[in-house]
Design a protein around this ligand. Structure first.
Ligand code: ADP
Ligand code: ADP
Length: 223
């Protein structure tokens, strides 16, 4: 049997990683972020990382076959049985359909797909000012979420750095290439009547409240 499945949707920079870390802790769900998995593979220099790096540097999606294999390998780990919070997957309709099918085969489904909606103009500033930690990818921002000690992660003490794909030219490419596919994924879950839109331009704790309410309404899980 499979636990609850929550799919966090949003454009690059919308706040998925920020919220996923808070929500996974409060709800006892396994946080599964495909971007974090790819960055770990790049850092470790694995064959998967070597394949993914070129696509990531160009702001493109990594091919579906590679991404899906990596995701299912992660979902086979024991902690996924308590329920999963997906962050960064699915990113196109083909991935959404593969996920639906795989969950159905295991007697599960996507319970709710909260969509963190942020105006496109705000995304550039969010990505340009983002710093993340080396150890676990905890996100910070130069203006809106400063760490207590400059350059150091509040949670695990590791060093903060700026992602190469958060440079202005790559940010433009990512938004140009990925926003259309996001619209289709949003449409997919709207069609399945599991979409819940939350205003992502609010402060972080208000967005969390909106997401918790949407997840509680769909699953009964309280944060
Ligand atoms: P962001 O935090 O900006 O939304 P992520 O950390 O989720 O970005 O992803 C970084 C990069 O990793 C993406 O630009 C893409 O190249 C790759 N990636 C992550 N998830 C997927 C996916 N589901 N399908 C294809 N590529 C992905
Ligand atoms: P995503 O995972 O969707 O790409 P992140 O969670 O990494 O997004 O957030 C992108 C940037 O915006 C980070 O620098 C983060 O600190 C900041 N951020 C996240 N949520 C908010 C918010 N509600 N208001 C202002 N800044 C935010």
């Amino acid at each position: 049997m499979i636990g609850n499945v929550v799919v966090l949707l949003g454009a690059p920079g919308a706040g998925k990683g920020t919220q996923a870390q808070i929500l996974s802790e409060r709800l006892g769900l396994a946080h599964v972020a495909t971007g974090d998995l790819f960055r770990a593979a790049v850092r470790d220099g694995t064959p998967l990382g070597l394949t993914a790096k070129g696509y990531m540097d160009r702001g493109e999606l990594v091919p579906d076959s590679v991404t899906i294999d990596m995701l299912f390998e992660r979902l086979a780990r024991p902690d996924a049985a308590k329920g999963i919070l997906l962050d960064g997957f699915p990113r196109n309709t083909a991935q959404a359909e593969v996920l639906d099918k795989a969950l159905a085969e295991r007697g599960g489904k996507v319970d709710v797909a909260p969509y963190i909606e942020v105006p496109e103009a705000d995304l550039v500033a969010r990505l340009g000012g983002r710093w993340i930690c080396r150890a676990q990818g905890h996100p910070y921002h130069e203006q809106t979420k400063k760490p207590l000690v400059p350059g150091v992660c509040d949670v695990d003490g590791s060093e903060l750095y700026q992602r190469t794909d958060d440079q202005p030219a790559t940010v433009q490419a990512r938004l140009r290439q990925q926003l259309g596919a996001l619209d289709q994924v949003v449409g997919h879950y709207r069609g399945h009547e599991v979409l819940a839109t939350v205003d992502g331009s609010q402060p972080i704790d208000r967005v969390t409240d909106g997401l918790l309410a949407a997840i509680a309404a769909a699953t009964g899980r309280q944060g």
